[in-house]
Design a protein around this ligand. Sequence first.
Ligand code: SMG
Ligand code: MG
Length: 366
Amino acid sequence: MKITGIELRRIAMPLVTPFRTSFGTETERDVLLVRVVTPDAEGWAECVAMSEPLYSPEHVDGAAEVLRRFLIPALPADADAYGAGRAMEPFKGHRMAKAALETAVLDARLRAGGQSLASFLGASADRVPSGVSVGIMGSVPELLDTVGGYLAEGYVRIKLKIEPGWDLEPVGAVRERFGADLLLQVDANAAYTLTDASHLARLDEFGLLLIEQPLANDDMVQHAELAKRLRTPICLDESIDSAAHAAAAITLGACSIINVKPGRIGGYLEARRIHDLARAHGVALWCGGMLETGIGRAANLALAAMPGFTLPGDISASRRYYATDITPPFELQDGYIGVPTGPGIGVDPVQDVLKEVTTATEWIPF
Ligand code: SMG
Ligand code: MG
């Protein structure tokens, strides 16, 4: 069935609590939603680009511009997700924008065919263990309270955001307070350089699952060098833009674990390629998060249910981020979140809520 049009919709979602990382503080998520309309189904996707290019080179206004000016005009009206990928390939970069369009097409096609995204991807689990990412706080007691609260809710793994000046002390305090069995990891969002290697090696004593993206995104060789100097396994996030990057990182020894974010790498088809590659090389995977609404969260749950996703990811319950989500909320049950089973991503926006948070819409007819 031919695509009749595509809607770009901007929504403003206040976070329940500010989220501070080494690159900035988020208080509100400015989200671009893509809705692909065909006569027999509509597909939804969420672009993970943030309002400023601080996590990655993309930002949400730029993603909207690239979609309306280049990607959507290049899309054949009868394209499936593979066709969408091919049509967008000539345009360099802009993987977050591409991922949103490809995923919305994929969702529309899967809904039309009655197949769930989880089944399409080859998911093997019906629920996934849930971790939570904890921002940089004003003090260690505040951090301990926050972590204690999340553990009481049932989260099975804690990730602490770190930066120079907020690393050994908070990590040591969390380890001491919550014990050796706590699954604990850290994420630096590229805040260090290789000259910090001996400092970062002091994290080894805390028995972390991994250290995520300690160095800059293009420091692939430096990460390989750092890996030789740390006992803590290195996980890459910002450095992995594609399956080709994943292959390079694995070959170089730059990481032994990958944080897969479909939005960052251009979509779920590329995520599945990384899954197959990593699995063949014995590299562990987990699914990251970009403070998604229920639309992005639903799709990530399908991915995280694939067999190569062997570590708990950053897919937390909706209420960790939003008081009211635009879909029925995802809830934690014994530390797990259920994988949607309906066609496509398996969830629909709640129209009243969606209307309330919408700041702009744009209809692009085919
Ligand atoms: O969705 O739970 C989430 C956020 C997880 O820490 C998280 N994401 O580098 O992994 C990461 C960050 C990127 C977004 S920070 C605003
Ligand atoms: Mg990260």
